[in-house]
Write a new protein. Structure first.
Length: 157
């Protein structure tokens, strides 16, 4: 399956527009050459995800995901290099799409990004009022990059 998404910095209120939220812990068993193997716990449910390298514009990439048991996910998180990402995800509907707004914690505190998944690269979508500058394709904002270079270490952001 191909994942097609666009990513934006968040500049305004999104929490009052959210219809749900969940806490996510995720780590990377492998993150090399643009390929990742991710384990995630979201509200007690485990998933294992394999992603391929992104297209040159950063909009699309191969993605495969399967559910794993809670205890297995906890054990796999222990295998992850460099700890894990901790964030709260808010879901916000806008037009025909749902934006996933990730508010990061820990070393990435202060970073808030919104992603929208699309059916095609050129699919139009309505931009909610809290969406700011687009950062699609900027690898610094990939969760696997945030593991190695947390937002709190960035200069001038």
């Amino acid at each position: 399956m191909t994942e097609i998404e666009r990513k934006f910095l968040v500049t305004g209120d999104y929490k009052s527009l959210a219809h749900s939220s969940s806490r996510i812990r995720q780590g990377y068993i492998c993150a090399d050459g643009g390929r990742t193997v991710r384990v995630r716990l979201r509200d007690g449910v485990g998933t294992l995800t394999v992603k391929g390298p992104s297209s040159p514009d950063g909009v699309s990439r191969f993605e495969w995901e399967t559910e794993v048991g809670h205890d297995d996910a906890v054990q796999m998180l222990g295998l992850c290099d460099g700890g894990f990402i901790d964030k709260t995800r808010y879901l916000v509907r806008c037009g025909a799409h749902t934006f996933e707004v990730d508010e990061f914690h820990g070393g990435n505190e202060g970073l808030v990004v919104a992603e929208v998944e699309l059916q095609s690269v050129d699919e139009p979508f309505e931009r909610p009022p809290f969406v700011g500058r687009e950062v699609t394709g900027d690898r610094r904002y990939y969760n696997s990059s945030l593991m190695r270079h947390p937002y709190c270490t960035w200069d001038g952001e």
